[in-house]
Design a protein. Structure first.
Length: 326
């Protein structure tokens, strides 16, 4: 069996994994009885407590997308949602009125919170939540501990939860730095570390390199696991022709002093041969000129079409990422 482990954030990561799943299904089968398996290590830095509920945006985006239950038009949440409960919460002055949770989505958060209150870890709760869906992958949180990303903004300096900065302010407030609250006493989840150690290939999805992949990497134990794995680590660029494929990754990169380019993000991750993260890097055809410099830096590189326009196109991207691992 070929074991593939993917580091991923939310919507972009979910679409990439969906394409990877389709590629493997077409190639040789996947899951029980099939020769390939996928484990997704998901960012949990966007998680938060809201109205007494534990909300995990990236885990849920992955689950809904892979289950075929996501809202493709909005790009997040469940398809066919109603929002009566959120309207009532707003009327009571509870929660964030600009962070609307649909009624079906709220059921997920209620179920998760109940499991956590009963003493389950986030990994165990995620396993139970995903059991109702035919995902074709194993979904695990990067950590079972509460590590939430906050953003320092303004003068005088104040901190906002990442979701407030991202959703309410659309990343328009210049970020001074990102702070992962609780990371000092946290650890990468055992299931995430096991998936990396057992992998034949590790893929880094085209997710936000700062607040999705970056948060995963900063968890104690994660970089050591990636350094020690015998699997090649292949990344897919979230930047095409100097622009973020999705979201406002450019605002995040600017905050850490990294240029918004495929080559700069690859250099930010660094070659594993010199203590960095990746062995290979997939860029779009528009960024083919960056190949010689990245190759010289010890990063195997290939240029292919990277726009995830549909599942079939994304499956080809996944195919090319796997090919770079061989």
């Amino acid at each position: 069996m070929t074991a593939i482990t993917v580091l991923a954030g939310g919507v972009g990561g979910a679409r990439f994994v969906r394409g990877l799943r389709q590629h493997l299904e077409q190639l040789d089968g996947i899951g029980a009885g099939g020769p390939s398996s996928i484990t997704v290590v998901a960012n949990t830095g966007d998680d938060l407590w809201l109205a007494g509920l534990r909300v995990c945006p990236d885990l849920d985006s992955l689950m809904y997308t892979l289950a075929g239950a996501n809202d493709e038009v909005r790009g997040w949440g469940r398809v066919g949602e109603s929002e009566r409960v959120s309207a009532e919460l707003t009327a009571y002055g509870v929660g964030w009125p600009w962070f609307t949770l649909g009624d079906l989505d709220l059921a997920t958060h209620i179920a998760r919170t109940s499991m956590l209150r009963d003493g389950l870890t986030l990994s165990e709760a995620t396993e139970r939540l995903t059991a109702r869906w035919d995902l074709g992958v194993t979904l695990v949180p990067a950590t079972d501990d509460e590590v939430e990303t906050h953003v320092e903004v303004g003068d005088p300096v104040r901190e906002l939860h990442f979701e407030e900065w991202w959703v309410r302010h659309r990343a328009a407030l210049p970020a001074r730095r990102f702070v992962q609250r609780g990371i000092e006493t946290a650890a990468a989840s055992p299931r995430a570390l096991e998936a990396i150690a057992a992998a034949d290939v590790v893929l880094v999805a085209p997710s936000n390199p700062v607040v999705s992949i970056g948060t995963i990497l900063e968890l104690p134990g994660m970089r050591a696991a990636l350094s020690a794995t015998g699997a090649p680590v292949i990344g897919v660029s979230p930047i095409i022709a100097g622009a973020a494929v999705r979201g406002m990754a450019d605002a995040c990169l600017a905050a850490i002093g990294v240029e918004t380019s495929a080559a700069a993000v690859a250099s930010h991750y660094g070659a594993r041969s010199t203590g960095g993260l990746i062995d290979g890097w997939l860029v779009d055809d528009a960024d083919a000129a960056s190949l010689p410099a990245l190759e010289a830096a010890g990063i195997r590189t290939a240029a292919v079409p990277l726009w995830m326009t549909d599942v079939a196109a994304t499956a080809k991207i996944a195919r090319d990422a796997l090919a770079l691992a061989t």
